[in-house]
Design a binder for this molecule. Structure first.
Ligand code: ZN
Ligand code: ZN
Length: 256
């Protein structure tokens, strides 16, 4: 995002963003990097050293549908969490390889709220690395970011879900669709809300503006907490003919 002489905000077009990202990647490839957490020199793709990547808490033991972390005593792969057993989920499966630990929250908050847009590279590559070794992981036909209302987009300057989606689409060589599915109702930020308030807050927030001619989509966001947002989004996608909606988020927070 830049400001013109008239002080109005100009958003880079997707083409410009891709070009700028590729130039930055080429230039920074030759510059020695330091781990964001421990400041050790690192040449890994992620700006985190191997030790700090290994210290991120994985969401290995989780509900096989919504990826909510489960008690260690519960056997995995055989159970759905209480929430999935008692409520209808519109999405099919959530892939969320990390827990929303303090370290992950640091990365995601910097990315989202402090304009560290290049953190999208770190976060998406962490996701790709972990997700590729999962059992039953099936690629979708198209990547769709959880849309942001234009009012919030103007305030923040970018949609974090779209930034992650661009990298996923490029890595997996999949189409990216960010214009057919929109957020047409402005909603309050959900971070401090209870689960029931989150659910009400996102009702009727989404709209399929143009037909989506795919049967299997991956809906991308940065973090999943209660799942109200992605559940409402998946409901609207399914009403519009999508058969299978997977949800990809970098991290999974516990339920409120
Ligand atoms: Zn480190
Ligand atoms: Zn569940």
């Amino acid at each position: 995002m830049i400001k013109s002489k008239r002080n109005c905000i100009i958003l880079y077009s997707p083409r410009h963003r891709t070009l700028i990202r590729s130039i930055i990647n080429k230039v920074t490839h030759f510059v020695p990097k330091h781990c964001l957490f421990c400041l050790e020199k690192t040449h890994t793709y992620s700006d985190l050293c191997k030790h700090c990547i290994a210290s991120l808490t994985l969401n290995n033991h989780c509900c096989r549908r919504c990826a909510a972390p489960l008690e260690q005593s519960i056997e995995q792969d055989t159970v759905l969490c209480g929430d999935c057993l008692s409520h209808d989920c519109h999405y099919d499966r959530v892939f969320s390889p990390f827990l929303y630990s303090e370290e992950m929250a640091y990365l995601i908050k910097k990315f989202k709220y402090q304009q560290k847009i290049h953190y999208a590279n770190i976060l998406s590559m962490l996701f790709i690395q972990k997700i590729s070794i999962l059992k039953n992981f099936q690629l979708p036909q198209v990547i769709i970011p959880v849309p942001m209302h234009t009012k919030r987009l103007k305030k923040r300057g970018f949609n974090q879900a779209l930034e992650l989606s661009r990298i996923f689409a490029s890595h997996y060589q999949l189409p990216l669709n960010y214009s057919s599915f929109i957020r047409h109702r402005y909603t309050d930020l959900q971070a401090e809300m209870s689960a029931s308030r989150r659910q009400k807050n996102v009702q009727q927030a989404f709209l399929v503006k143009k037909p989506i001619h795919y049967s299997h989509v991956a809906l991308v966001d940065d973090v999943m907490t209660t799942g109200s947002t992605v559940n409402e989004a998946a409901k609207v996608l399914k009403k519009n003919g999508i058969e299978k909606v997977d949800v990809w988020t970098i991290a999974r927070a516990g339920m409120n």
